[in-house]
Design a protein around this ligand. Structure first.
Ligand SMILES: Nc1ncnc2c1ncn2[C@@H]1O[C@H](COP(=O)(O)OP(=O)(O)OP(=O)(O)O)[C@@H](O)[C@H]1O
Ligand SMILES: [Mg+2]
Length: 456
């Protein structure tokens, strides 16, 4: 497996998470340990390794304090396949009877395209070379008996051949310089999938198409049709076709399944929504029923996917929920037993808000500064302004509803609305926000509780 989060030490993982998530040290520590344990398990010898079960975790905490954010960041860091599902979706109307095994099928799909992407990158140079040769063949058809432009005919003294070869190399230079970009060539493309989809979305839709073709392949001869396209499009298409030839799909699938079985992570969000008493009325699927459906996957079973059987015994599950109404102890006992680690996340304080506004690499204040910079406006906030925003966020959270750090979004959009509307017409090149500006902009709204419920 290529270097990913699994090779980071727990401390390094926490450090990476620290770049985006303020506080919640206990939660970061737990996920870091759980992830490192995956790697540790891989190093243990065979017999014992099979016995080591993942430390599934439940993250418990009020809304908007970073539970999902932690998962999202882990996913970005990780080279292991990672999927996030809302447990509550299995209780929704329309999902009645929807089998939870789809979680595993989805993560396998994801893993396959991850591995395939990696391999595509690996064969890229080679595929590009081959595509270029094929383009040249289209521009200057090979001499009879000359197949590759290189090895055939082999007669370095043959005048026609030498001349042809010189022309080809000249064309190659011109091709590289983009001289033929306007020219059209005719290519054989598979007619079952739309070629434009193949080009625009090399890994997404096209993969589906390929799989369908793989499935039907033995039954129907591959249908192709001729299609004219310009050189850059043709190049992209040919690169793709060549890299498909270079990649061993069986190997990709093997590797992908191995990654899911030994490194896969499933983030089960909103698990509290499937805990506790059934709502009684309404068309919801029984919550306990969903838990019972999920149980085999969490406990470890084999799921049939289009790539073959996948065992879930060592997939790591991280569940999360606010648990306002229900408690983890409302989950069925078997489920509780499968999530031995419980971590509580703290409510965020005014101090946390100040840090959240400014410190993370994607901090909101940084985002707005960057947005306005595109209009050549230098946006600055005084320390006092930031403190004021944080204070107001805490206040509104207390008085209206506690939505955690999400409150910062609503406050900032309200605060900056006029500025964002006026620029660039106002010909402003600087905007400095002070604590007074913050108060002025938000005072009326905060004082009117009803209004703040709607706006902030
Ligand atoms: N501790 C934090 N540090 C930095 N940003 C945070 C933190 N907590 C929340 N945020 C910000 O608030 C937003 C909402 O957080 P998140 O999605 O993690 O909430 P949650 O805990 O999953 O809540 P819910 O229970 O409603 O799903 C995120 O987009 C993130 O930017
Ligand atoms: Mg969430």
């Amino acid at each position: 497996m290529k270097k990913g989060i699994e090779e980071l030490t727990p401390k390094q993982i926490v450090k990476e998470l620290d770049k985006y998530i303020i506080g919640q040290d206990k939660a970061k520590k737990s996920v870091a340990i759980a992830l490192r344990n995956r790697w540790r398990r891989q190093q243990v010898e065979d017999d014992l390794r099979e016995e080591i079960m993942p430390n599934n975790i439940i993250l418990i905490g009020p809304t908007g304090v970073g539970k999902t954010e932690i998962a999202r960041r882990l996913a970005r860091l990780s080279s292991a396949p990672f999927i996030k599902v809302e447990a509550s979706k299995f209780t929704e109307v329309g999902y009645v009877g929807r089998d939870v095994e789809s979680i595993i099928r989805d993560i396998v799909d994801l893993s396959v395209s991850m591995v395939r992407n990696e391999q595509t990158v690996e064969v890229e140079t080679k595929a590009e070379e081959m595509a270029e040769d094929r383009l040249l063949d289209l521009l200057l058809p090979p001499l009879p008996d000359v197949k590759d432009g290189e090895n055939q005919l082999n007669d370095e003294n043959d005048e026609t051949y030498l001349k042809w070869k010189r022309t080809r190399e000249k064309l190659r230079e011109q091709l590289r310089a983009g001289k033929f970009d306007e020219r059209k060539v005719e290519l054989e493309v598979p007619s079952s999938t739309s070629p434009s989809m193949q080009i625009i979305s090399p890994m997404g839709i096209e993969e589906m198409g390929m799989n369908i073709q793989d499935l039907l392949g033995p039954m129907f001869p591959k249908k192709t049709k001729k299609r004219k396209m310009n050189i850059p499009d043709a190049r992209r298409f040919l690169i793709q076709e060549e890299s498909q030839k270079l990649i061993d799909m069986e190997e990709v699938v093997r590797e992908a399944i191995d990654r899911v079985e030994n490194g896969g992570m499933v983030f089960l969000d909103e698990i509290d929504k499937i805990a506790g008493e059934n709502s009684g009325s309404g068309p919801d699927v029984s919550r306990e029923g969903v838990q019972r459906d999920l149980l085999p996957i969490v406990e470890g079973c084999s799921v049939i996917t289009k790539y073959g059987m996948v065992k879930t015994d060592h997939v790591l599950f991280i569940a999360s929920g606010a648990f306002h109404v229900s408690k983890p102890s409302d989950l069925i006992p078997e489920m509780q037993g499968r999530f031995p680690i419980r971590v509580e996340l703290n409510s965020l304080t005014t101090k946390d808000f100040i840090r959240i506004l400014t410190e993370p690499e994607n901090a909101l204040i940084k985002q707005y500064i960057a947005l306005l910079k595109t209009e050549n406006v230098k946006l600055t906030f005084t320390k006092g302004a930031i403190k004021e925003v944080a204070k107001i966020a805490s206040e509104v959270n207390e008085n209206a509803e506690n939505i955690g750090a999400r409150r910062l979004h609503t406050i900032l959009t309200t605060l900056l609305e006029n500025l964002l509307f006026d620029v660039p017409d106002s010909k402003l090149d600087e905007a400095k926000i002070t604590d007074k500006d913050v108060r002025d902009a938000l005072k009326d709204i905060i004082e009117d509780e009803d209004l703040s419920r709607y706006i902030l």
